[in-house]
Design a protein around this ligand. Structure first.
Ligand code: LLP
Length: 380
């Protein structure tokens, strides 16, 4: 990626830098590839990044959105998303959030439990509404990704167990203010192979057969997100392979006539367009190692500390052709505040600019005020 380094030199660090052109070409690719299958509909999983400029670019591209809180619904409405393109998931929806979603008449609630179903039915009744719901089913498929971002195993808190689906469907039939429109799934995030998605398709095919024996025709199947990104060589793969991802679903999922297939893609839409830009504060000599101490830390990008994730580190301003080994760390008072150990980087010094790549998804949005530090601003 060609960073506007001379502009960066004039700015206070750390900040998130977003490349509008890459975001737009990613969105164009998604739209082009999804259009090969007229019944495919893509929602952007807003949890990955709600920068207002980013949201409005996504909105203009025509994608729908997938929210997991009332605040996200508000952010999407402010960005101009049509409520008819908003879906709303989450294991713990508060009453005010459910009421907001009902009032705005969003497309669908992705419901994760019977008690939630009952509360939605009650609140919808009080408001004189009928809620469209999809049942989130836990398909017990191993996504082979980090434990903290695996969601589709029966040990996870998400969704309704497959075994319980028939009785939940029977329960829905007794509720006057909810209408069952679909089934929803999401097995995990940062999946680099398609096999788990194929297994998910097999599960869904079986479940659809079962559901039909109970006299239910579903309007939508929603398979969530999960498509991974190349964190190690982002410039080789700036746009994930959406063609393959969609083709795999088209090949393995047996959709019924007229049925829509929905996706909720987060990371794959916005990951590569964002980088966290930071300055080197100090190069400190340790025992048998050198620390590159940045002015960005785990409060700005928590993924390495939380998921042992690795973001490619690039020194943007060093002119040295010589390389050296560094532990790249932040200023926060925790040993987990480390972006990389033994990184082989050009020899750098105080004041050099450093980019932490592939930080557009789950970067800025997961930043915190730990150590009273401000949330890094966005630069487009
Ligand atoms: N749909 C549902 C119901 C989800 O829970 C998620 C992500 C998505 C869609 C979008 O998944 P994606 O396409 O982004 O994989 N903070 C973690 C990732 C957490 C993902 C949570 N759910 C990280 O930084 O890796």
């Amino acid at each position: 990626m060609n960073f506007p380094v001379s502009k960066f030199r004039t700015l206070q660090t750390p900040f998130y830098y977003y490349d509008r052109r890459l975001l737009e070409s990613t969105l164009d690719t998604i739209n082009r590839e999804a259009a090969c299958y007229p019944h495919f509909h893509v929602h952007y999983a807003v949890k990955a990044n709600v920068d207002p400029t980013l949201l409005s670019i996504v909105q203009q591209s025509g994608l729908g959105c997938d929210c997991v809180s009332g605040w996200e619904i508000e952010a999407c409405l402010n960005a101009g998303f049509n409520p008819a393109k908003i879906v709303y998931a989450g294991v713990g929806k508060s009453d005010w959030e459910i009421k907001l979603a009902l009032e705005k008449d969003i497309a669908c609630f992705n419901v994760e439990s019977v008690p939630e179903l009952e509360v939605i039915d009650q609140l919808a009744g009080e408001m004189g509404r009928k809620a469209r719901v999809a049942l989130r089913v836990n398909p017990n498929v191993d996504a082979h990704t980090h434990k903290y971002i695996t969601t589709g195993l029966s040990e996870n808190k998400f969704g309704i167990a497959m075994e319980l689906l028939p009785e939940v469907i029977d329960r829905i039939k007794t509720l006057a203010n909810v209408e069952l429109t679909g089934l929803h799934f999401h097995i995990g995030s940062q999946l680099l192979e398609l096999d788990p998605f194929t297994m998910l398709c097999d599960r869904i095919n079986k479940l659809q057969d079962e559901v039909e024996t109970r006299g239910i025709r579903l309007k939508t199947i929603n398979v969530g997100g999960g498509l991974g990104c190349d964190y190690e060589t982002p410039d080789d793969n700036p746009i994930p392979d959406f063609a393959d991802f969609f083709a795999n679903y088209a090949a393995h999922l047996k959709l019924r006539a007229g049925q829509e297939l929905h996706f909720e893609l987060g990371r794959s839409v916005v990951c590569q367009c964002g980088s966290l830009i930071s300055r080197i504060l100090y190069i400190k000599e340790g025992v048998n190692k050198k620390f590159m101490i940045l002015d960005a830390g785990m409060s700005d990008l928590i993924r390495p500390a939380l998921y042992q994730a690795h973001h490619k580190i690039e020194v943007l301003t060093s002119t040295s052709a010589e390389l050296s080994r560094y532990d790249v760390v932040g200023p926060i008072c925790e040993s987990s505040d480390c972006f990389g150990e033994n990184e082989l980087l050009p020899i750098a010094s105080r004041g050099d600019l450093v980019a932490l790549r592939s930080a557009g998804a789950y970067g800025q949005i997961m930043a915190s005020n730990y150590n009273c530090r401000p949330i890094p601003p966005s630069v487009w």
